[in-house]
Design a binder for this molecule. Structure first.
Ligand SMILES: Nc1ncnc2c1ncn2[C@@H]1O[C@H](COP(=O)(O)OP(=O)(O)OP(=O)(O)O)[C@@H](O)[C@H]1O
Length: 497
């Protein structure tokens, strides 16, 4: 249906021929005539979809195959196999840059470990904690305690129902007792009551409010309630140390000397090895008993990884030949990050889909690269503290007003006016210079020190990100949106400096 042949009385249904972005939602009224049954989503659905299963390109998906990580996976398995022999595996520290497959490989090995432990009936459990989210000792111990309490209660429940079956059998025919470890019906009843009391006593740890030693003791008892080997996987372990020191690691690493029934082993994952410099030497040597490095992927390896995922994610022939090599090449420049490569491929597919194309082409990958980069900038700028936003806004305003080779003094003058206008504290020029250096480190501005001869040295600042988009993000901050016309003091700023 096109707009031209739409009956005037049906004009309100003209949205059927427009893409999603062209839809004026105020005008959307469903048409109940047979021809007008095309709804808001029909056109979008009717295009031949490019994706077969987009989910496999998302970060939440754990692949079953991890090309180019065989060596690291085998090392982990060689260390952790001790758990299946009932021994304590060495602690492992895994490190490597972001997107090098550390979490995916560790999760894969953990799943295999738990699967094999069930097969051979050797009790072994792996608990995963993301320390970026769970970043204090209290929260880590509480989360672990509650997980083990839950598992213990499930196992106790299963054991009670087994015993109840035995009890009922024995009650029916007394010779059934010979097949059990119990000497009488009463002994079975006693054991059932004991287990019920154990389960009742296991009190879950609240997410705040208990003294830390009580949380630790509850966790300790929950782990030691039964014989087993426990592997605690602490992903982004550096975030935990950064936020709350090494107490948690100290407590976890000395547990084995006190546990009677169980054994604990720690697997720490980090993309920053420097965090170990802040550890107590005993914790450092205990945690790093085994170290496994995940090197960045090169472009060829990224191609393989993408190809494996693309085979499942896309319809046959949906990718033109240069798409995967280009995604791999872009991501290889970004320190060999597989997450970036997968994001690029997924975003390129989405852009092609939005253009209602049947194939993803090289141009979509280039647009995807720009989009991802812009999304990153928007996120970084959006989450800057207000003072940094004011400094950035001042710099952008100068650049937009044709000022080149902007120096710190000019930025500072505009900044002061902005602060007065929105009633913010005015920082010293030295502090503003520091904020400019931080923006430089984030890649938002480029600040180079230049010599001014006998006038000393100054910084020349330029903006390294798309100016209009960045300005729009800054103006979306409610405090900065109050800023009226900046022009009047722009000239003044130059003059004053
Ligand atoms: N060898 C591989 N084969 C298939 N997919 C991979 C491989 N390596 C990484 N990936 C995928 O890349 C993405 C990032 O991997 P992962 O989360 O394991 O990286 P990481 O090293 O833990 O990164 P970070 O330090 O940022 O947490 C995930 O979607 C993962 O499935």
């Amino acid at each position: 249906m096109s707009d031209e042949n739409t009956n005037p009385s049906d004009e309100r249904t003209g949205h059927g021929s427009r893409g999603f972005e062209g839809v004026d939602l105020d005008e959307v009224v469903l048409d109940d005539t047979a021809e007008g049954n095309q709804g808001l989503f029909d056109d979008l659905l009717s295009g031949e979809p490019i994706f077969e299963n987009k989910e496999v390109l998302r970060p939440s998906y754990t692949p079953h195959e991890l090309p180019h990580r065989k060596e690291q996976i085998n090392r982990m398995a060689t260390i952790l196999v001790a758990a299946l022999r009932g021994e304590t595996p060495s602690n492992i520290l895994i490190y490597g840059k972001t997107g090098t497959g550390k979490t995916a490989s560790a999760k894969f090995v953990s799943q295999e470990l738990e699967r094999t432990s069930l097969k051979y009936e050797v009790p072994c459990e792996v608990e995963y904690i993301n320390c970026e989210v769970t970043d204090t000792q209290y929260r880590v111990l509480a989360q672990l305690a509650n997980k083990f309490i839950e598992n213990n209660q499930i196992e106790i429940g299963e054991r009670i129902s087994e015993l109840q079956d035995i009890r009922d059998g024995v009650a029916a025919e007394s010779d059934q007792l010979e097949n059990t470890e119990f000497s009488s019906l009463n002994a079975i009843e006693d054991r059932i009551s004991e287990l019920e009391a154990d389960a009742d006593e296991m009190e879950a740890v609240p997410m705040t409010g208990w003294p830390t030693d009580r949380v630790y003791n509850t966790f300790f008892e929950a782990v030691d309630y039964q014989e087993r080997v426990v592997v605690i996987m602490l992903d982004e372990i550096d975030k935990l140390v950064e936020k709350s020191g090494d107490d948690t690691l100290y407590n976890l690493s000395r547990m084995n000397s006190e546990l009677e029934n169980s054994r604990v082993s720690i697997m720490g994952i980090s993309n920053d090895l420097k965090f170990t410099d802040f550890l107590d030497p005993r914790v450092k040597s205990s945690l790093g008993e085994e170290e496994i490095v995940f090197p960045p992927y090169d472009a060829n390896q990224l191609r393989d990884i993408l190809q494996h995922r693309a085979d499942v994610a896309f319809k046959a022939d949906a990718l033109s030949d240069d798409v995967i090599p280009l995604c791999a090449a872009f991501a290889a420049q970004e320190h060999g990050d597989a997450r970036r490569a997968l994001d690029l491929l997924r975003t390129a597919g989405e852009l092609a889909e939005r253009d209602q194309k049947e194939r993803v082409e090289e141009g979509h990958v280039r647009k995807a690269q720009d989009k991802i980069e812009l999304d990153r900038v928007v996120e970084v700028v959006r989450t800057l503290p207000t003072q940094s936003k004011l400094v950035l806004f001042s710099t952008i305003s100068l650049e937009k007003n044709g000022v080149h080779n902007i120096n710190t003094g000019e930025v500072y003058n505009v900044y002061k006016h902005l602060c007065e206008e929105i009633d913010a504290d005015i920082l010293t020029q030295r502090r503003v210079t520091d904020l400019i250096s931080e923006l430089d480190m984030l890649g938002i501005v480029n600040a180079v020190v230049v010599s001014k001869g006998r006038y000393g040295r100054t910084k020349e600042i330029s903006i390294s990100v798309p100016i209009d988009e960045t300005e729009a993000v800054l103006q979306s901050d409610s405090r900065l949106s109050d800023i009226d016309d900046i022009q009047p003091f722009m000239q003044q700023a130059r003059f004053d400096s």
